[in-house]
Design a protein around this ligand. Structure first.
Ligand SMILES: Nc1ncnc2c1ncn2[C@@H]1O[C@H](COP(=O)(O)OP(=O)(O)O)[C@@H](O)[C@H]1O
Ligand SMILES: N[C@@H](CCC(=O)OP(=O)(O)O)C(=O)O
Length: 372
């Protein structure tokens, strides 16, 4: 059995994400028998001593039937109305279902702001940890009713990966309507199941579609793959499996696709910087500066900057790119955007005394893995 599967089986703290398509019926609305089957598996895990956090989609899908709407609406206002009605149905169904095992659920609705702003990030961390200490099963979703297009996570796979790191989970399980990652969309036939992903090379031939079969979810396999990469590169092993296989998936059986943790666990601050924070602009680095910050983990000095874009203030997060525009790192910038153009390309000796300091300090800088 692979290390990743063992980690899922042994995880003391585990985040499980389930997609809309795994909770709803073909004619719309929640499917109580599928929801109960999922809760059976999660409750068993909880009774066995693990802390379980459930990230559940399905608010919009669950709201369609009560509102007499036939298919997933395209406009944001109707999606929000459906989520408003559906989220209530969803948590009520979970509360009732977990109560069969004397387990209490708590609802946590997050917006992107809750992880983008550092003070909010810490606050969310505290809430999770208190809920878990109290033996509650947190049921998490995006706060769809207030999220606007600009501030949306947009997909719960990413939200689940962020939550897994936020709470220091030992493993992340992504449950869907498909039983594994394949090298191509299995609906087309001839696709091969990927059982283990040890590193990026195992994903070289994989084509992940951006739409699901059900029409009720978002993002398709592409968003699951992105989330699995995000979590595994930050030290959290991931198992992607079918919701119908939840019980076996949680007990290390050979189902689904297991992603080994590739990177080391980042501190909460570095993870936030790399994956959650909004970037307010970018700095284009020459080759020497890229090598200095990415390979040698040095601070970024004005001399290595070739160009500045965006309207940021000192203290904002910016992307650092190479000369081709590829993002190689992110960091907290120490100068306002208006001040930098006159400084870039100059060595310290040619800068005013108050400008002779790092533009991005090494402690505030995270290199990003190269993605093809
Ligand atoms: N390479 C792939 N491997 C597996 N499934 C894929 C792949 N490419 C596309 N898909 C499709 O993605 C779907 C899962 O996405 P989606 O329905 O959005 O899930 P959920 O609602 O669980 O978030 C599968 O049903 C499958 O048809
Ligand atoms: N927050 C939305 C779900 C968004 C989402 O990512 O959906 P899915 O692709 O089914 O996991 C909802 O509850 O309807």
């Amino acid at each position: 059995m692979s290390q990743a599967r063992q980690s899922v089986a042994a995880a003391k703290r585990i985040v499980v994400k389930v997609g809309s398509s795994s909770l709803t019926t073909a004619i719309g609305g929640l499917d109580p028998s599928r929801l109960d089957a999922l809760v059976d598996a999660l409750a068993a895990r909880s009774k066995a001593g693990s802390q379980v956090v459930l990230v559940s989609s399905g608010a919009i899908a669950a709201g369609l039937a009560p509102l007499g709407i036939g298919k997933r609406p395209k406009d944001l206002a109707t999606q929000q109305a459906a989520a408003s009605v559906g989220q209530l149905e969803l948590v009520h169904a979970y509360a009732t279902s977990f109560a069969r095992y004397d387990l209490t659920v708590g609802q946590l609705l997050l917006t992107a702001d809750d992880v983008v702003r550092r003070s909010h990030y810490r606050n969310a961390q505290r809430t999770f940890s208190r809920l878990l200490a109290l033996g509650v099963v947190p049921v998490v979703n995006e706060n769809d009713t207030v999220a606007t297009d600009e501030i949306r996570f947009g997909d719960n796979d990413r939200l689940a990966a962020l939550v897994a790191h936020l709470i220091g989970a030992d493993a992340l399980v992504l449950l869907s309507d498909v039983d594994a990652l394949y090298d191509g969309d299995p609906r087309r036939g001839g696709a091969r199941r990927i059982t283990e992903v040890a590193d990026e090379s195992d994903l070289a031939d994989v084509i992940a579609g951006t739409t699901g079969a059900s029409g009720v979810g978002t993002g398709g396999m592409a968003s699951k793959l992105a989330a699995a990469r995000l979590a595994s590169s930050a030290g959290v092993p991931v198992l992607l499996a079918s919701a119908a296989d939840a019980a076996t998936a949680l007990s290390a059986a050979d189902v689904g696709t297991a992603f080994a943790a590739t990177g080391s666990r980042l501190s909460a601050r570095r993870f936030w910087l790399a994956h959650a924070a909004d970037s307010a602009g970018s700095l284009k680095l020459d080759d020497g500066a890229v090598a200095a910050v990415v390979t040698r983990r040095r601070s970024l000095l004005a001399a290595g900057i070739a160009d500045v874009a965006g309207d940021f203030d000192a203290g904002d997060v910016v992307d650092l790119t190479d000369l081709t525009g590829r993002v190689v790192a992110r960091g907290v910038v120490a100068f306002d955007a208006v001040e930098l153009p006159a400084m870039i390309g100059r060595s310290s000796a040619h800068l005013a005394p108050e400008q002779r300091r790092e533009v991005v300090h090494a402690d505030d800088l995270v290199p990003l893995p190269h993605r093809t």
